[in-house]
Write a protein that binds this ligand. Sequence first.
Ligand code: C2E
Ligand code: CA
Ligand code: CA
Length: 234
Amino acid sequence: EFELYFQPKVDLLSLQVVGAEALIRWHRAGYGMVPPDVFIPLAEESGLITKISQWVAKQAIEACKSWHNLGLQHITVAINLSEVDFRRGNLPQKLLNYLSDAQLAPHYLELELTESMIIDDVSHVQRQIQQLHAKGVSLAIDDFGTGYSNLGYLSKFNVSSLKIDQSFIKNLDESEHDYHIVKAIIQMGQSLGIAIVAEGIENDVVAQKLKKLNCQFGQGYLWSKPLNNDEFIA
Ligand code: C2E
Ligand code: CA
Ligand code: CA
């Protein structure tokens, strides 16, 4: 009943699709769609998330390889992970196995983690992230700006991108306050050599503002909702 959807990540200058974020969907028989916000927290509590994340990772890696085989060669794929996924310690080996089974180079895979997952540390998370980074897998900080922002972890974890939380992007066309926060995050990213992705871009005014601020990448309904694999390829 699970299906993996993909939302394109767009280069704000060229408007090319450079990657996709994998987002899980549950089509529950006799009920309809259960949103991930509802069942992911329950899966984390019960420990079932470990199996779900492995399924997501394998599907996402295989899909990415299939896009490359269709000639969409530069596209990367990002998956969302939970802290629970790191508890057993075998996540790096699993991910590297899926990559090698699919013959996909590790630098096409990005892991999205939230700030709290790596700050509360949790040295076991750190060790596994470093193991994966050494093989070429990259790390993105999801929902950036909503955690405690002890920014020391940015260099410690070799973070390659920051995804600015939707709550700052949503009202960028109206809120001066949000505009200055977003501007500061983008400037910080530039000085540290960390790519910036703005999430939740719904209109062109916001996209143009972000482009003027030199934000590199964006995601949002302006371009596309998350799509099933066939729709994403099209
Ligand atoms: P997230 O990782 O922050 O994902 C972004 C969410 O924002 C997605 O909701 C996406 O559909 C939505 N979104 C994208 N563009 C826009 C926009 O322009 N406007 C608005 N209003 N929303 C937009 P979704 O797919 O319902 O996922 C919700 C959350 O569930 C995700 O937030 C993530 O934390 C979690 N999640 C989804 N799939 C997975 C998964 O495979 N594993 C894990 N651990 N968590 C997942
Ligand atoms: Ca995410
Ligand atoms: Ca997010």
